[in-house]
Design a binder for this molecule. Sequence first.
Ligand SMILES: [Zn+2]
Length: 130
Amino acid sequence: MSLVVKTTCLNCGKTIIGEAKEDELGMSIICPSCNSSSDVEDNAQEIHYFEIEFSNEPRNPDGAEGNCIGDYSICILGEREPSIREAAEFCKADMEKMGYKYVVNVIEIPKEEARTFFDIERENDFPIFK
Ligand SMILES: [Zn+2]
């Protein structure tokens, strides 16, 4: 799994969420706004992608098992994995908009998969679960 971090561009000051590349000089990241390279500090925040499954049936309410598939899912960014309860709170507006009552599963997915399945083009503007 590639390392995705949240950091600040040293050139334009924008918040960057993206993949850090490692070379002989250490970890760096390219700013999508100004294309300049910034060093990734040791304390940069690592970001993970989570698929949040929605359903109208409260299946698997404790979220212990990984195989419960909902009727609809969205992708969120998080500094850590939310519990089912935290995910429901974080995704409240999306659930209301989509008409679902429950979060039935939270699955960490690789960035590549998030890219394939979800519209995360505007990920720099996404709220991040902390
Ligand atoms: Zn920049």
